[in-house]
Ligand binder design. Structure first.
Ligand SMILES: Nc1ncnc2c1ncn2[C@@H]1O[C@H](COP(=O)(O)OP(=O)(O)OP(=O)(O)O)[C@@H](O)[C@H]1O
Length: 346
């Protein structure tokens, strides 16, 4: 659906080049909700804007639905862009126009008849849950309602793709939740492909299917949300997921005693409901205490993390770790005496 190949975007700045997007290759499938996450300045917005050529890449290919946008004429590009809606952090509504006129704007550009526009505007207002708001002005709406109008306007041309640039960053947590739910609903009912730029892992966790982590213009990790959260490999991903190696070590070190090992295990899906720990304890004779733990939901998939303190001799601890890994758990272990990561090598 969206294929980026070796995409680069540089900006001249004070006599030098800023490499905002640096050799990104990425595939986004039809119908998925794809997250682009990273810290400020990572290049997320620039990469998103390359997907509809709001930013023309310095080099590389952008293919959307089989069409290479980078080679299209101005007219053909305008036509292709109608299939790609976009929403922004600050809504970008016309303040002097009513809700209906804001939504009608792209339809008028397309030359749609008045009566068809009226019908389409009503249809879009219904989709975003704002029936009866036609005559209001943006200044009479809350932030969440403004973003709903922006979504209705972005969907008015019946696009296949919706690009969302920090669409919930200006909203409170409750309103963020309701906008995310709306995006999930339209993804499911309209089969819309959605790409979301965010710096909030919560957003990714709640609605994305897959995610790419960006740092310094590059994609440093891509995968299903569950995999990225349960087993982050890049230091930036670890920081974003709250599993920074350094802080994890510190907290392990704080918890560890001279003669004990502290182990962190992560798991997802149906494994969450299986008596894995009890089975492993019986099999290996290794006993444990749970020091910390949490179970959460990623969209519909449960995942969890537990910090355990194993007792028993070293050989049985190692057997327990191998047994957990064999059952599908990700295991990270630190020997408290040395703070050496032994992890998967156990
Ligand atoms: N038009 C521009 N001119 C010069 N530099 C730019 C321009 N747009 C972006 N940049 C630079 O490119 C880099 C990436 O910016 P971008 O906005 O894509 O990052 P981001 O990850 O979306 O960050 P944020 O979340 O803060 O918006 C930054 O260093 C930024 O200053």
């Amino acid at each position: 659906m969206i294929q980026l190949t070796n995409v680069e975007k540089s900006f001249p700045h004070k006599g030098q080049l800023v490499h905002a997007v640096n050799d990104v290759t990425l595939s986004i499938e039809a119908g998925e909700i794809f997250g682009l996450i990273g810290y400020s300045g990572a290049g997320k917005s620039t990469l998103l804007r390359c997907m509809n050529l709001l930013e023309k890449p310095t080099s590389g290919r952008v293919v959307v639905d089989g069409q290479e946008l980078t080679t299209l004429s101005k007219g053909a590009l305008q036509k292709a862009r109608r299939k790609i809606g976009m929403i922004f952090q600050h809504f970008h509504l016309l303040s002097s126009a009513t809700v209906a006129d804001n939504i009608a704007f792209p339809l008028r550009l397309e030359g749609m008849s008045r009566s068809d526009i009226k019908t389409r505007v009503e249809e879009m207002l219904h989709v975003v849950g704002l029936d009866g708001y036609e005559s209001k002005y943006p200044s009479q709406l809350s932030g969440g309602q403004k973003q709903r109008v922006a979504i209705a306007r972005a969907l008015a041309n019946k696009p296949d793709i919706l690009l969302c640039d920090e669409a919930t960053s200006a909203l409170d947590p409750e309103t963020t939740g309701s906008i995310l739910k709306l995006l999930l609903d339209i993804n499911r009912t309209l089969r819309l492909t959605i790409v979301i730029v965010t710096h909030q892992m919560e957003v990714v966790r709640e609605i994305c299917d897959r995610v790419a982590v960006m740092s310094e213009g590059k994609i440093v990790e891509t995968g299903s949300v569950a995999d990225i959260l349960v087993n982050p490999t890049h230091p930036v991903t670890r920081r974003l997921t709250g599993m920074a190696a350094e802080s994890a070590k510190r907290s392990f070190a704080e918890l560890a005693e001279a003669d004990a090992s502290i182990v962190q295990i992560a798991f997802q899906g149906s494994l969450t409901y299986e008596p894995v720990l009890a089975d492993v304890a019986v099999q290996t004779g290794c006993r444990f205490s749970i020091l910390q733990g949490s179970i959460d939901l990623l969209k519909d998939v449960p995942y969890g993390r537990l910090t355990l303190k194993w007792t028993g001799d070293e050989a049985s601890r190692r057997r327990a770790i191998m047994s957990l890994q064999a059952r599908g758990c990700t295991v990270t272990a630190y020997e408290s005496e040395t703070e050496t990561e032994v992890g998967a090598s156990c």
